[in-house]
Design a binder for this molecule. Structure first.
Ligand code: 0WD
Ligand code: CA
Length: 364
């Protein structure tokens, strides 16, 4: 059946109108699947090896199917051919705002309630099932649009600063797999002899609607189907993953894969399964529309409808709370596992995230 089934049912009555918090208990969100419109790509942008913004698809890559018996050594090139993005630099929504500005945002204004990264929405979708990591989301209402930008939690900051060598290495493996399977243009082959540079990115910008919430978000796309007759974006996009478990990864991992790709309408995830020594020995395709069926019979399984209804109610909660239209006001929503979502309000604080140039351009 169609993953984007169209039943309008986002009852906002679950949360009392004056409530100062939002529950994340799964039972509350087990109702019909809300309307989620087929996402439409409205643009894209690229970030180059120096993390510079380009208003085009120059970083687009093309998927090249590996042999039946691949033998990709993911350890190769670590660390001598590895340029790692400095992840202590917080870019917030800057690239998306740059894109928005370049595209005469006035056109989009009336069509958008929320602007954010896809990754932030993924975190919302998985919240009812998350037991380890909490989150902080800063929200600013400016000229009627709600901007959502993540703030790193203390725990995440500590984890980032204390990553072990093994963890760093495993993060590299994912990017190395991309290099073995992606070519820079339709005619060429992947070149695993080059450097892996995690500054480089191709991002899609999509527009969609979740119940009565009009969304515009951007997400990084690994590559596309190189067949010129493949469906138009985002239907031709491919998400690449690596995994240790052969055949079917654990439930929670599949939930994360599903949520991340379902949001922008990316139809398939291609997983490289690695042995204990970091060598990819098989590759398998997972169709997003079939992932939830894969785990349906497992005990206490996650449900897509719970994820989508929670996200929908969270966005309603944000609309109700973040009422002051002011670029220097931040409503900080916070959540920790086993708790409810709460918020605090900050004026002219370090949490403010809309850049001056953007406020100026939008106000003049
Ligand atoms: O550090 C962060 N939490 C943020 C990162 C906050 C805001 C933006 N970004 C940037 C990322 O650097 C990247 O350019 O946003 C872009 C990705 O946005 P997204 O698509 O919304 O994020 P997500 O869905 O979480 O990640 C997609 C991919 C990842 O693929 P996997 O298969 O690992 O899920 O983006 C990459 C990664 O390849 N990615 C990053 N690359 C470098 N630095 C990072 C990062 N911090 N986070 C994700
Ligand atoms: Ca990926």
């Amino acid at each position: 059946e169609d993953a984007f089934s169209v039943k309008f049912d986002c009852r906002k009555t679950e949360v009392p109108a004056n409530s100062q918090s939002l529950s994340t208990r799964r039972e509350l969100y087990e109702r019909d699947f809300p309307l989620y419109k087929q996402p439409v790509e409205v643009g894209c942008f690229s970030l180059d090896a120096q993390r510079r913004f380009f208003n085009d698809n120059r970083q687009m890559r093309y998927y090249v199917e590996p042999d039946r018996n691949p033998n990709f050594d993911l350890k190769d090139g670590y660390k001598d051919r590895f340029v790692k993005r400095d992840d202590s630099v917080k870019e917030k929504l800057d690239h998306i705002l740059r894109w928005f500005y370049n595209h005469n945002c006035v056109f989009f204004w009336s069509y958008v309630d929320f602007v954010t990264w896809r990754g932030h929405l993924t975190k919302l979708l998985t919240t009812p099932y998350e037991t380890r990591d909490g989150w902080l989301l800063a929200v600013t209402r400016f000229r009627g649009t709600l901007y959502i930008s993540e703030v790193e939690t203390e725990a995440a900051c500590r984890e980032r600063e204390n990553r072990t060598e093994r963890h760093e290495k495993m993060m590299y493996w994912g990017y190395k797999f991309e290099q073995y399977t992606c070519a820079d243009d339709i005619q060429s082959s992947p070149d695993p002899s080059g450097a892996v540079n995690t500054n480089e990115a191709f991002c899609t910008v999509v527009q969609t609607r979740l119940a009565d919430h009009k969304l515009l978000f951007s997400g990084e796309v690994d590559c596309r189907d190189k067949d010129p007759n493949a469906p138009a974006p985002p239907g031709c996009y491919v998400e690449l993953k690596t995994s240790a478990e052969i055949c079917t990864p654990k439930q929670f991992k599949l939930l994360k894969w599903w949520a991340q790709s379902f949001l922008p309408g990316v139809p398939r995830v291609i997983a490289g399964f690695r042995d204990h020594d970091g060598v990819v020995v098989s590759v398998e395709t997972f169709h997003i529309s079939k992932i939830s069926h894969l785990i349906k019979n497992e005990y206490n399984c996650w449900k897509p409808t719970v994820c989508m209804n929670f996200c929908c109610d969270f966005l309603s909660f944000v609309k109700r709370v973040a009422t002051e239209d002011n670029p220097s006001v931040v409503y900080l929503f916070s959540w920790e596992p086993c708790r409810e979502v709460t918020f605090s309000i900050h004026r002219d604080s370090p949490y403010s995230f809309l850049p001056h140039w953007y406020i100026q351009e939008m106000t003049s």
